[in-house]
Design a binder for this molecule. Structure first.
Ligand code: NAP
Length: 332
């Protein structure tokens, strides 16, 4: 089968290559899925370049132990003998390792039925960013109807879902993005859109909850846009830190017990229950994956470079062709 492999840590163009590899052997507790689409996200980019370097302890010192690609949507072509609840031909989405390839092994605890009316491309970019946004808004922000929510970094993968999920919970949403993407974040349902290049986020009133996804602002600046006793959820932000990458988030979380405000950092966890919540929200028309560009598997590098340059509105997706449902799961 065709798949993208990673030969080391470095620039995507230097270390990612499309190759023929063996179809993975199916363990009894896994599903074999013919991948149709795979979202492109910051996590893939971080693991490609190997930064922050602390991540190499988890993923592999010289190169990652798994092939690239987290998000996927596809069709089940084989089920392990110990797997219940899934059948051949089921259309699913979720997370795995190595989704930039024709077939992937999937843990049944990390996938859910694809929303029937949702195209594979949109479902293939739903889980990673959608779950992060759901956990930021619902679990950590505890957003309720009537609250004012500020989403900083609203135009990217996580932000595009966070705006929609905060609206779903009944919040009034102010979305911060670059000027070129303001119309895009408005189309997601944001009540107020603000560009960050020429104004401070503190110029736009105070908010009950800030979901901080992009820009790595100092806590003191974020606090000026927060009501006393409000919550800041630190999701991420690219600071170019080479070693740890989460100093700002850890600092805020350590200060939280001594502040009247609540500061939260978290690492999103993947689980089928919340994937089903996302699927239900999609089916109900409450959220959608904002797919910007769909690339063929051969263009994974281009997709990652677009993400790196900040060009993507919402999500880019890799379309994985050559993996037709029902194709025999032979091992080559
Ligand atoms: N905690 C977790 O579990 C978790 C999970 C997933 C991701 N993350 C982290 O979350 C961050 C965002 O991920 P993503 O997938 O959404 O990335 P993304 O798609 O590349 O989006 C980045 C966002 O940051 C915005 N941004 C850039 N500079 C900004 C600035 N100065 N002020 C305000 N916004 C700015 C971008 O806006 P413009 O494009 O309009 O400039 C864009 O909306 C990354 O650091 C990622 O590693 C954390």
């Amino acid at each position: 089968m065709c798949a993208v492999v990673q030969t080391g840590y470095g620039r995507p163009r230097d270390v990612l290559h499309e190759q023929r590899v063996a179809i993975p052997t199916l363990p009894p507790d896994r599903l074999l899925v013919a991948v149709h689409a795979a979202g492109v996200d910051r996590g893939v980019w971080h693991i490609t370049v190997g930064e922050p370097r602390a991540a190499r302890l988890a993923f592999g010192l010289r190169r990652p132990r798994t092939r690239p690609g987290f998000d996927f949507s596809g069709t089940i072509v084989a089920t392990g003998s110990k797997v219940d609840g899934f059948s051949l031909g089921d259309e699913v989405f979720g997370t795995t390792r190595g989704s930039f390839g024709a077939y992937a092994l999937v843990d049944p605890r990390k996938c859910a039925p694809k929303p029937p009316a949702q195209p594979f491309a949109a479902a293939g970019a739903l889980a990673v960013s959608g779950l992060t946004a759901l956990h930021a808004v619902r679990n950590h922000g505890r957003v309720r109807a009537g609250q004012r929510v500020l989403v900083v970094g609203a135009s990217g993968g996580v932000g595009s879902f966070a705006v929609q999920i905060a609206k779903h919970f009944g919040a009034t949403v102010t979305a911060i993005a670059s000027a070129a993407k303001l119309e895009f974040v408005r189309s997601l349902g944001a009540d107020v859109v603000v560009e960050y290049e020429s104004s401070s986020i503190a110029d736009h009133g105070r908010h009950d909850v800030i979901i901080d996804i992009g820009g790595c602002r100092r806590r003191s600046e974020l606090r000026r846009a927060l009501v006393p006793g409000g919550t800041i959820v630190f999701v991420g932000g690219e600071r170019g830190e080479r070693w740890l990458g989460v100093r700002r988030q850890i600092g805020a979380a350590l200060c939280s017990p001594f502040s009247r405000n609540r500061y939260v950092m978290f690492v999103s966890s993947e689980n089928a229950t919340d994937m089903r919540v996302l699927a239900d929200l999609v089916t109900a028309g409450e959220i959608r994956t904002a797919v910007d560009r769909v690339h063929p598997l051969a263009n994974v590098v281009d997709a990652l470079e677009r993400l790196e340059r900040g060009e993507v509105r919402g999500k880019d997706v890799i379309e994985v062709t050559g993996s037709t449902p029902g194709e025999p799961a032979a091992h080559d």
